[in-house]
Design a protein around this ligand. Structure first.
Ligand code: ZN
Length: 210
């Protein structure tokens, strides 16, 4: 086959398959049109963004308000933030949203939908069929960090003495009772029993686990 024929064929293939080629391009958000108006910041093409990622405008808005720590609302096709926010900051948050709630981690395409299964949010890709759970990054400590478990070894400051003469201290939001400990001292204790927000501990020399 002559080179000319080959290139002609290649051109024709491109004409026939524009969608395939387009699909392999990296997903890009629309250029954000952000305006500062005194103490408010307006994302003028907010709906263009939610159209592009195919998500409920309220869902993205609530995410942004929480992440940016500002009140705001949707006004027509615009999102209005009641604070002065750097455009770069808004862009980064929308990128985080897209990575978390939109982009398929397998094929990188945005052709996904969110499904709620039990209490888990699942991202399902319509392009490649991949599914993953949506892990929402929390700015606060995960709950498990605030929960005491049997077997935990903690360092407790004994701030009180109970009626039976046992030392009592506060740890997280638990009252921890350690028999034999003295008020005003620190004691290392192994948690042996937990009942609601009261825990019993035993003085120990083992290394702390928390
Ligand atoms: Zn995919």
């Amino acid at each position: 086959m002559a080179d000319d024929d080959y290139f002609r064929l290649l051109d024709r293939a491109k004409d026939v398959l524009p969608e395939t080629i387009e699909n392999h391009e990296r997903f890009e958000l629309p250029e954000l049109d952000i305006l500062q108006e005194g103490k408010i910041t307006v994302l003028r093409n907010f709906i263009d963004v939610t159209d592009k990622v195919r998500r409920d405008p309220q869902h993205l808005l609530q995410f942004l308000l929480k992440e940016l720590g500002t009140p705001g609302n949707i006004d027509g096709r615009r999102a209005v933030f009641k604070a002065k926010i750097a455009p770069q900051n808004i862009k980064e948050k929308i990128e985080t949203y897209t990575e978390t709630y939109v982009i398929c981690s397998e094929c990188g395409l945005p052709d996904t939908k969110m499904i709620r299964e039990d209490r888990t949010l699942i991202l399902e890709c319509e392009a490649c069929g991949a599914r993953r759970s949506i892990n929402v990054r929390k700015s606060a400590k995960p709950d498990s960090a605030n929960v005491l478990r049997e077997g935990d070894i903690i360092d407790l400051f004994v701030s009180d003495i109970g009626k039976k003469g046992d030392g009592i201290g506060k740890y997280l939001d638990y009252l921890v009772i350690v028999p034999g400990s003295s008020k005003g001292t620190s004691v290392r204790a192994k948690i042996t029993n937990i009942s609601a927000k009261t825990a019993f501990g035993q003085a120990t020399t083992e290394a702390s686990t928390r």
